[in-house]
Design a protein around this ligand. Sequence first.
Ligand code: COA
Length: 172
Amino acid sequence: MENITLEKITYKNYIDVIWRLKVSRSQKNFVASNNNSLAEAYVAITNGCVAMPFAICKNNKPIGFLMIGYGMDEEDLEGEDPLFIEMVKKSYCLWRFMIDKRYQNKGYGRKAMQLALDYIRTFPCGKADLCWLSYEPENVVAKKLYESFGFIEQPQWYNGKEGEEIPALLKL
Ligand SMILES: CC(C)(COP(=O)(O)OP(=O)(O)OC[C@H]1O[C@@H](n2cnc3c(N)ncnc32)[C@H](O)[C@@H]1OP(=O)(O)O)[C@@H](O)C(=O)NCCC(=O)NCCS
């Protein structure tokens, strides 16, 4: 039986998360490397912000990575629309999400997403009304997956610039 779980990053799983979990070449533009994400988590955590990185495991073996944030740092949001900043300050965020290329398209991403939302809905950092995330406009797999969980695109916060991601919101 396949048991998909979210596990804290530990000495036991971090080598796999950093070195072995990769997306395909055509997906590299869609998500930061897990190395970078863990470095960002370190910066957030050591500067009074929230980052909750998890290994997505199948029968205890890491097959993916996700990171949840809460009320991101204002400095990091410089130049954004004030309404967007207001929303972000009091919302959860699905900050990073990837399934290793060898394990994609087998339903594990959907299962991990459900587990992440179940966890967010326990409000581990305090009550919030919204969860947000963002994706590259050409990432149709992610867009469809998020839509199926009720995320609604927010085009008013997307300026169409190169490298810009489209934000989407879910009511918790
Ligand atoms: C997005 C991602 C996490 C989805 O994980 P996954 O395990 O492949 O997803 P699942 O197998 O659970 O499938 C989820 C949905 O996407 C669809 N899907 C998955 N891979 C697909 C593919 N290659 N082509 C078309 N549809 C695909 C499935 O049909 C499924 O929909 P369904 O449940 O209605 O059938 C994974 O593709 C990934 O890591 N992509 C690269 C990184 C990335 O884009 N991260 C998101 C950044 S915003």
